[in-house]
Design a protein around this ligand. Structure first.
Ligand SMILES: C[S@@+](CC[C@H](N)C(=O)[O-])C[C@H]1O[C@@H](n2cnc3c(N)ncnc32)[C@H](O)[C@@H]1O
Length: 276
């Protein structure tokens, strides 16, 4: 069955105002993050695709500054058992750890104090507003445990280790856009072990179109989904977002859902459905 790409209807995040959270999360120039509302929607859909799983471990294999994970830890804490972030680039991981510290006792107050100090230092009322927003983040409730680590998403030894330790059932990844962030690690080089055009096994359903890249080389997003599917529990659900018209999946793979959101597209796929 061909999976149509549909414009997103926000079933899991009906409200659109997440200004408090946006103000509190630490970011850095050239470190884009997924909008909060889209993060909640994709997580809600993945969780739904798992049936009624209870709290799940969520892994972001391109976690950057950890905003996606922190958002889920703060706003979906009852559905999240633990948060795991990894990135090929070690640089943003210090910021990721700072953001995830918002989930620990006293974390929101510490961030508020930091923002108060910035307001005093720079005389900018925006920092005071952000400090007030941090104090509204329900600091009394501890969030799920979290861990961030350096790992190339294309390195099976690294990703296999993460999966063995944490057993993630939801994977959410905001892929490098090629403008502010680029693919690194093995993805930056040609992928010799992922032959283009190999249809692979599938479940009898017609695969989504757009599966092979125009140049005949598997695109990084195809290689990325294959690499994750090789190490994940087959029941795990992967959501990938890219700034593109349509996320390309490995040939022979049918998505559970496909969505369009502005200049982004997302695909949700079950690891066991990925033709590898
Ligand atoms: C669009 S950003 C992700 C933003 C992040 N999800 C957040 O919430 O802030 C893409 C990230 O992918 C990372 N990346 C690039 N190549 C990678 C690879 N081979 N393995 C893992 N991460 C990679 C980049 O370093 C960058 O941090």
């Amino acid at each position: 069955m061909l999976r149509e790409t549909v414009r997103v209807q926000y079933r899991h995040a009906p409200g659109a105002n997440f200004a408090d959270l946006d103000a509190v999360l630490a970011s850095a120039p050239g470190r884009p993050s997924l909008p909060v509302r889209l993060t909640l929607e994709l997580f809600g859909r993945c969780h739904e695709q798992l049936g009624d799983p209870g709290p799940v471990v969520v892994w972001d294999p391109c976690c950057g500054t950890g905003q996606l994970l922190t958002t889920l830890g703060l706003l979906r804490r009852d559905e999240v058992a633990a948060l795991v972030g990894s990135d090929a680039d070690p640089e943003p991981l210090a910021l990721a750890a700072r953001n995830l510290a918002l989930l620990t006792p006293g974390g929101a107050e510490a961030r508020a104090a930091e923002l108060d100090a910035l307001a005093w230092q720079h005389g900018k009322p925006g920092y005071s507003d952000a400090a007030a927003a941090a104090r509204r983040l329900d600091p009394a409730r501890e969030g799920p445990p979290s861990e961030v680590t350096v790992a190339d998403a294309f390195d099976p030894a690294a990703t296999g280790g993460i999966v063995a330790r944490h057993r993630p059932m939801v994977v959410l990844a905001d892929l490098p856009y090629g403008r502010q962030t680029n693919w690194a690690g093995r993805a930056a080089a040609p992928q010799p072990d992922a032959p283009a055009g190999d249809p692979g096994p599938h479940d009898g359903a017609a695969p989504d179109d757009g599966a092979a890249s125009e140049a005949g080389e598997p695109s990084p997003e195809v290689s990325f989904v294959s690499a994750l599917a090789r190490v994940l529990d087959p029941a795990a659900v992967i959501a990938v977002v890219a700034q593109t018209r349509k996320v390309t999946l490995p040939p022979g793979t049918t998505a559970l859902e496909r969505l369009r959101v502005g200049h982004r597209a997302a695909a949700i796929v079950r690891a066991g459905d990925v033709a590898i």
